[in-house]
Design a protein around this ligand. Structure first.
Ligand SMILES: *Cc1c(COP(=O)(O)O)cnc(C)c1O
Length: 424
């Protein structure tokens, strides 16, 4: 059969259905809040309203129970949550936070917004997440924290990163946006650092449209996070915390409708995450015999939430990754990523223009010293040549779809010699 990209019939004729996690119970919960007329109860001043309405507070309590943490603080997005998490560390301008170049840009934007300098460390080739050895190599006297990321739903190497934090007196923050409800060797992933959290954006495993949840075992961080969420500068005197007089809050509050939907989604989290694991395991079986392809293993002692199933192509065998991905898309499978973001290459870092602005002005040569691709050989190689990601959370792949996708891969693999290199 001729490849679709060369005019043959498509291997997957019908469009794949998008993943949908919202059901009747979510609709009923949202409707009940609407009927109550009370869509938010937040007030940015002392009093009960500082902590939000009944749905927000119940959602937080249920989340903290479910994840076995002391406190959960709901926010209007996980980007907001990340900003609160970094701000809660009360860094000085020019302090450094180490994170992965392979994450969503919101992770690193939070560091920039705090006036700190993001320092990237290379990822490892199997799990695509921070390599602890590379992390330790970029620690300086200005390093204050490590921001771990469970990229693609694979748990970060929390145990190793936590040990590094202990050795060097650093904070550990954890971006578990893509891995809700899965365990690492330290317990629920996202919950073993100083502050962690989850995204409730509509393309994540469970969602409220937009939203996020912070978690911490520290009552001090919990208070700071609540203040950062909700005009905290108004409450410094009320809480008797002159040490927080430099804290400036935001309005990052979650609405009551979203919280009510989130409570239902939280109850269904096991089933929803499990549905992604089933899809990914089906694909694993279909793709395991493809020559020149390695499927990312699951980190030992951990579970994988499969936001994305990562593959690596043997580039020396098949130096045509982008042509393969185009051929798969033409077959009807466009849930495939050719490479991923290398955040050190975002213009704000790579052009050096940021040096004209605070806080960058205080450091010379950041682009050359910190953000040059030569510092990240693994991330760079994966991004340019060998990484293929299958978006296992974005599509509702039934068993028959998984078979079709597997056959589409086989078809493309039978014709690899007909594909010529392309570059985007
Ligand atoms: C989705 C995501 C974010 C941002 O979360 P929002 O809720 O969309 O703001 C941050 N980090 C990672 C790794 C993500 O996947």
């Amino acid at each position: 059969m001729t490849l679709a990209i060369h005019g043959g019939p498509r291997g997957i004729p019908d469009r794949l259905r998008l993943y949908k996690s919202i059901g009747d119970d979510e609709v009923a919960a949202a409707y009940a809040v609407l009927e109550s007329g009370s869509l938010s109860r937040f007030v940015g001043s002392p009093g009960e309203g500082f902590w939000g309405g009944p749905q927000v507070r119940a959602f937080e309590e249920e989340w903290a129970d479910r994840f076995e943490v002391r406190s959960a603080i709901a926010v209007n997005s996980w980007t907001s949550g990340l900003e609160c998490a970094v701000a809660a560390l009360q860094l000085d301008p020019g302090d450094e936070v180490i994170t992965s170049p392979w994450t969503m840009s919101g992770t690193v934007a939070a560091i920039v917004h705090a006036g700190a300098v993001p320092v990237f460390a290379d990822v490892d080739h199997q799990y695509f997440s921070l390599n602890p050895i590379a992390v330790e190599a970029v620690i300086t006297p200005r390093t204050r924290a490590i921001l771990a990321v469970d990229i693609f739903g694979q748990a970060a190497d929390s145990a190793a990163l936590k040990a590094i934090c202990h050795r060097h007196g650093l904070h550990l923050l954890h971006d578990a946006a893509q891995s809700p409800g899965v365990r690492s060797e330290l317990g629920w992933t996202g919950c073993s650092g100083d502050i962690g959290g989850f995204s409730l954006n509509y393309h994540k495993h469970i969602h409220t449209g937009e939203g996020g949840m912070l978690v911490t075992d520290s009552s001090d961080f919990a208070l700071k996070l609540a203040m950062l969420r909700n005009h905290g500068e108004n409450l410094v005197a009320h809480f008797g915390r002159p040490d927080l007089s430099t804290l400036v809050g935001h309005n990052f509050r979650l609405g009551e409708i979203e919280a009510a939907i989130g409570r239902v989604q939280l109850r269904r989290m096991n089933e929803l995450v499990e549905s992604r694991i089933i899809v990914a395991e089906g694909l694993r079986k279909m793709l395991k015999e493809l020559p020149g392809v390695s499927i990312a293993p699951v980190r030992p002692g951990c579970q994988h939430a499969y936001y994305v199933l990562g593959l690596t192509l043997d580039h020396s065998l098949w130096p045509i990754r982008d042509a393969i991905v185009s051929a798969l898309a033409a077959e009807g499978f466009d849930a495939v990523l050719a490479g991923y973001q290398n955040l050190h290459q975002l213009p704000i870092f790579s052009t050096g223009q940021y040096r004209q602005a605070y806080p960058w002005i205080i450091r010379d040569n950041l682009a050359e010293d910190l953000y040059h691709p030569r510092n990240f050989p693994i991330a760079d190689e994966l991004h340019r040549h060998s990484f293929i990601g299958i978006e296992t959370c974005a599509f509702e792949l039934e068993e028959a779809d998984v078979l079709r996708v597997g056959h589409a891969f086989e078809k493309v693999w039978e014709h690899l010699d007909d594909l010529s290199p392309v570059s985007f």
